[in-house]
Design a protein around this ligand. Structure first.
Ligand code: ATP
Ligand code: MG
Ligand code: MG
Length: 552
C-alpha cells in the first residue's frame, strides 16, 4: 500500500525526535473520563495517541481522567479498556488522575503559599458575572487579597467534609483583565461530597480539569499531550500551570487536532447516556449507538474503523464527516472477509414443478469470490425452495428481471428456471410460485452460461433454518441531530432505525455461526451474529447494506 503523507502531528513528533527534544523521548496518553462508553470520536484520539507510540517506538499510557466522582463509575473503566484492546492497542501503563490527588493538593498548597491562589466564598453565579467579556476586563473578587494563612486554613477546611458544596472554591490568582478568559482567576478546586470510585471518601475537594490535566501529564512524563481543538484556548493556562510546576528542562506540550463529527450521529456522552437511561436504545452496545461496543456488536471490524480514521486524517479545522464514508469503509473490509450465505428475509415458496419429487442435490457455493483461499460449502437443492416474496411479480414492468410468468432467471449456484405462475389464497396473497427448471443449466454446465438477466437467491425447504434478522438503520433522520438549539435531539430519532424480521429462512450452513461472525447475505447486505443468539436460535444484525441506499 502506498504510504500516506505525514499528518501535522506526526511531522511535529518527527522533528522533535530528530532534535532530541526531551531526550529523544516520545510519550503520549489517551485520557478518557470514565463517565461513559467510548465512541467513534474517541477512536480517532486512540489511533492518534497509540498509533504515534507504535510508529515511533514511544510509550502510550491509558489515563483515566477521574476528577469528577459525580459521573464516574468502574463499569466505564472496564468497558473503556475492553474497547481499546478490541481496536488492537495496548497501553504501557494504566494511570488515574486520582493517583495524583495528593500531588495536585500539594501543588495547590504551593500556589497558595506563593500568593498565586485564594479561596473565594462567592457563589458560582457571582464569580461568573465578574468574569467580564473578552473585550472588557473582569471584576476582582473581594476575597482576592485574603491573607495566605487564611487561604491555607480554608483550603484544608474545604477538604474536611464539613462545608457545603458550593460554599467556597479555590481560584488561581492570575489576571482578571487578561484577553484570555481562562486566565481570569480560574477555579481550580471545588467541593464535591460524593464517594469517588477509587479514593472513596478520602477527598472532599476535587481539582478541576484544567488544574489536573497538564499537571498529570507532567507527573507522568508525557511529551506530547494531544487533544481536540476546543482546548486551544486552554493551552496558555496549561502552560502557565506547567511554568509554576516545572523545574528543569522537561515540560509537556499540548497539541490539538480536529474532533470527529459525523452526519446522522450524536457523539456527546451526556446525550448518549440519556438515550440509554431513557431506554430509547437497548444499551450502550445497541448496534445503533456510535459507541465502539455498538459498532462491534453491529459487525464492524477494527480494521474498518482504522481504515476510516486513516482516510479522514487529522487537521486543524473542524468539520463534519459524511457517515457514508464510515459505511463505505466497513463494506470494503467485509467484502474481503465476509463469507457469502443465502438467507431469505421474507419467504414465499417456489415449487419447481418438473423437478423429481423427493430428490435432493448437493451443490457447492463459493465462500467468497474476493478470496480464492476461502473455499466453498455445500448447499442442498430440492423441488421446494424459499425465495423472497419481492422476487416474484405477476404483472411485472419491463425492467423487472426477476420471476414473472414466462421469464427465466438464474437461481444462484444452481439452475436456470422459467416462471409459470403462482397460487393465491382467498385474500389474493401469493402463497406459492411455480417454475420449471432446465436440467442442462446447472452451474458449471455449458448451458448455464445462457444469458438471463436476473439472478435470485434461494434456500431449500429441506434444510432451511428459521432465524431472526434485525435490520438496523441510522438512529437519526437528520444530518445534525444535535445542532438545533430549539429542538430536542430526541425529536429526530428515526422510528424505523430497527426493524425486526422473524421467520427468515437461512441455509443450514449458517447453523454453526458464532456470535459476531460476519456474513454477506447474497443480494441483501452484510450481517453478523448477534450475541443474543442461542445454539438453537440465531439472530443476525444488519451491519450495512450492500450499496449506499441513501441518495444525496
Ligand atoms: P464528551 O464531550 O462527549 O463527554 P469528552 O471529550 O469529554 O467527550 P473524554 O473522555 O474526555 O470525552 O475524551 C477522551 C479523549 O478523547 C480526549 O482527549 C478527547 O479530546 C478525545 N475525544 C473525545 N471526543 C472526540 C471526538 N469526537 N473526536 C476526536 N477525539 C475525541
Ligand atoms: Mg473530557
Ligand atoms: Mg466531556
Amino acid at each position: 500500500e502506498e504510504k500516506r503523507s505525514l499528518n501535522f502531528i506526526e511531522a511535529i513528533v518527527e522533528k522533535d525526535l530528530q532534535e532530541g527534544k526531551d531526550g529523544g523521548r516520545l510519550q503520549t496518553r489517551f485520557p478518557p473520563e470514565p463517565n461513559g462508553y467510548l465512541h467513534i470520536g474517541h477512536a480517532k484520539a486512540i489511533c492518534m495517541n497509540f498509533g504515534l507510540a507504535q510508529q515511533y517506538g514511544g510509550v502510550c499510557n491509558l489515563r483515566f481522567d477521574d476528577t469528577n466522582p459525580v459521573k464516574e463509575d468502574v463499569e466505564y473503566v472496564d468497558a473503556i479498556q475492553e474497547d481499546i484492546q478490541w481496536l488492537g492497542y495496548d497501553w504501557a501503563n494504566v494511570y488515574y488522575a486520582s493517583d495524583y490527588f495528593q500531588q495536585l493538593w500539594d501543588f495547590a498548597i504551593l500556589l497558595i503559599k506563593e500568593g498565586k491562589a485564594y479561596i473565594d466564598e462567592q457563589s458560582a453565579e457571582e464569580i461568573a458575572k465578574q468574569k467580564g467579556t473578552p473585550t472588557q476586563a473582569g471584576t476582582e473578587s473581594p476575597y482576592r487579597n485574603r491573607p495566605i494563612e487564611e487561604n491555607l486554613d480554608l483550603f484544608r477546611k474545604m477538604n474536611e467534609g464539613l462545608l457545603a458544596e458550593g460554599s467556597m472554591v479555590l481560584r488561581a490568582k492570575i489576571d482578571m483583565a487578561s484577553p484570555n478568559m481562562h486566565f481570569r482567576d480560574p477555579i481550580i478546586y471545588r467541593i464535591i461530597k460524593q464517594a469517588h470510585h477509587r479514593t472513596g471518601n478520602q477527598w472532599n475537594a476535587y481539582p478541576m480539569y484544567d488544574f489536573a490535566h497538564g499537571q498529570c501529564d507532567y507527573f507522568e512524563g508525557v511529551t506530547h499531550s494531544i487533544c481536540t481543538l476546543e482546548f486551544v484556548v486552554h493551552r496558555p493556562l496549561y502552560d502557565w500551570f506547567i511554568d509554576q510546576l516545572a523545574d528543569g528542562d522537561y515540560r509537556p506540550h499540548q497539541y490539538e487536532f480536529n474532533r470527529l463529527n459525523l452526519t446522522y450521529t450524536m457523539m456527546s456522552k451526556r446525550k448518549l447516556l440519556q438515550l440509554v437511561k431513557e431506554n430509547l436504545v437497548q444499551g450502550w452496545d445497541d448496534p445503533r449507538m456510535p459507541t465502539i461496543c455498538g459498532f462491534r456488536r453491529r459487525g464492524y471490524t477494527p480494521e474498518s474503523i482504522h481504515n476510516f480514521i486513516d482516510r479522514i486524517g487529522y487537521t486543524k479545522y473542524d468539520g463534519v464527516i459524511d457517515v457514508a464514508l464510515l459505511e463505505y469503509a466497513v463494506r470494503e473490509d467485509l467484502n474481503k472477509r465476509a463469507t457469502r450465505a443465502s438467507v431469505v428475509l421474507d419467504p414465499v415458496k417456489l415449487i419447481l414443478t418438473n423437478y423429481p419429487d423427493g430428490e435432493i442435490e448437493k451443490l457447492r457455493a463459493q465462500n467468497n469470490p474476493e478470496d480464492e483461499q476461502s473455499g466453498s460449502h455445500e448447499v442442498l437443492f430440492s423441488k421446494e425452495l424459499f425465495i423472497e416474496r419481492e422476487d416474484f411479480m405477476e404483472d411485472a414492468p419491463k425492467k423487472y428481471f426477476r420471476l414473472t410468468p414466462g421469464q427465466e432467471v438464474r437461481l444462484k449456484n444452481a439452475y436456470i428456471v422459467k416462471c409459470t405462475g403462482c397460487k393465491r389464497d382467498d385474500d389474493g396473497n401469493v402463497v406459492e410460485v411455480y417454475a420449471e427448471y432446465d436440467s442442462e443449466t446447472k452451474s458449471g454446465m455449458a448451458e448455464s452460461n445462457r444469458k438471463v438477466k436476473g439472478t435470485i437467491h434461494w434456500v431449500s425447504t429441506q434444510d432451511a433454518i428459521d432465524v431472526d434478522v434485525r435490520l438496523y438503520d441510522r438512529l437519526f433522520t437528520v444530518e445534525n441531530p444535535g445542532d438545533d438549539k430549539d429542538r430536542d435531539f430526541r425529536e429526530f430519532l428515526n422510528p424505523d432505525s430497527l426493524i425486526i424480521k422473524t421467520g427468515c429462512k437461512a441455509e443450514s450452513f449458517l447453523k454453526d455461526a458464532k456470535p459476531l461472525d460476519n456474513y454477506q447475505f447474497q443480494r441483501i447486505g452484510y450481517f453478523n451474529v448477534d450475541p443474543d443468539s442461542t445454539d438453537s436460535h440465531l439472530i443476525f444484525n444488519r451491519t450495512v447494506t450492500l450499496k449506499d441506499s441513501w441518495s444525496k
